[in-house]
Design a protein around this ligand. Structure first.
Ligand SMILES: NC(=O)c1ccc[n+]([C@@H]2O[C@H](COP(=O)([O-])OP(=O)(O)OC[C@H]3O[C@@H](n4cnc5c(N)ncnc54)[C@H](O)[C@@H]3O)[C@@H](O)[C@H]2O)c1
Length: 322
């Protein structure tokens, strides 16, 4: 079991990474401040892992809600159902909201936790690779608006992030590939040695080799924790984590949320972002420019590349090949 600390003063928290953690190797109940909690999951993940999580929360009163599955349900209307459940179950300021699922569940549940009674305790139990390497860490929560991705949200840090890597055993390969896009992003923006390691170990990662995945998750969390600790509210350096997201979000919105997976869109978004070469990107002096796609070497070609990708995708030509 590995522990990485996100250093944010009084909002600091641990990221716990290991195998079989949900099956009692880690006591999540210790992080629930009061007598009760609400587990937010979805119709795919709940049948797989909710019972295990309940056992881990022995001694606490556990309510649960299962959301419809998919990015297209990452909406205010879905979040409202969580708030309704909290009200109906008499939740108070000591109630904890626990997200069990991928980044969609984590983002919506976290936003509900940020809003209910002006903020209650939030815990992340991410079950996709993307959520384990990225979305569960850093406290960004929110929902989509038809005019833009993640337009409505709040910063609300979790109390703990529990990453049971065994949950990846049931994750479909398309989702594993999408998660690897965010892992590669971390190598590109912050750590050339890690990037080189990824190149050498990609076969093992795609075969879901537990040791390779554990290393990729740990290094990604370390990188994200370090960047977030330096710039929690994204006033500067944190914007580097958005590499590939400007075009990625445009693709997701233009094609309709859920058509491309978030990681696939980010992978596509990194291609124009790398227009000037990976060396250029890692040495880029302006993270904001990098995130916007107008850093050195990105002008013009970046926009064209993004339009080409969207046009190709609209014709169904490159949806699963990126
Ligand atoms: N908050 C942040 O900092 C941040 C960062 C990156 C991405 N995001 C957000 O994360 C979302 C994408 O997250 P995602 O890629 O995890 O997608 P997701 O949450 O939609 O999960 C992908 C699919 O995998 C299923 N699933 C989850 N765990 C499973 C498991 N163990 N076994 C089998 N199936 C499982 C889900 O039900 C879903 O169908 C996007 O909305 C994106 O905007 C947020």
């Amino acid at each position: 079991m590995k522990t990485i600390r996100v250093d944010l003063g009084e909002r600091s928290y641990p990221i716990i990474i290991g195998r079989g953690l949900m099956d009692g190797h880690f006591v999540l109940a210790d992080y629930v401040p009061g007598s009760d909690c609400l587990v937010v999951s979805n119709e795919t993940v709940a049948p797989l892992y909710l019972d295990r999580l309940r056992q881990n929360l022995a001694g606490r009163e556990v309510a649960s809600i299962s959301l419809a599955d998919g990015e297209s349900f990452k909406t205010l209307a879905t979040m409202q159902t969580i708030l309704d459940k909290l009200v109906a179950s008499g939740a108070n300021r000591d109630t904890a909201v626990i997200a069990l699922g991928g980044g969609v569940v984590g983002d919506i549940a976290g936003f509900a936790a940020a809003c209910y009674m002006r903020g209650v305790a939030f815990i992340q139990v991410p079950t996709t690779l993307l959520a384990q390497v990225d979305s569960s860490v850093g406290g960004k929560t929110g929902v989509n608006h038809e005019k833009g991705k993640n337009l409505i949200g709040a910063f609300h840090q979790p109390r703990v992030v529990l990453i049971d890597t065994d949950t990846l055993n049931t994750l479909p390969m398309r989702e594993v590939r999408a998660g690897l896009a965010e892992v590669i992003k971390h190598g590109v923006i912050c750590d050339p040695t890690f990037f080189a390691w990824l190149e050498s170990n990609m076969t093992a990662l795609l075969e879901k080799d537990p040791e390779a995945l554990a290393h990729a998750i740990q290094r990604s969390c370390e990188i994200k924790a370090e960047v977030v600790a330096e710039d929690e509210r994204e006033t500067g350096r944190r914007a580097i984590l958005n590499f590939g997201h400007t075009f990625g979000h445009a693709i997701e919105r233009c094609l309709g949320y859920g058509e491309w997976l978030h990681g696939e869109a980010v992978a596509a978004g990194m291609i124009p972002g790398c227009g000037g070469g990976i060396a250029n990107r890692t040495a880029c002096h302006s993270p904001r420019a990098l995130a916007r796609g107008d850093g050195p070497g990105q002008e013009g070609s970046a926009k064209k590349a993004a339009f080409c990708l969207v046009a190709l995708a609209r014709r169904g030509l490159c949806q699963h090949r990126l």
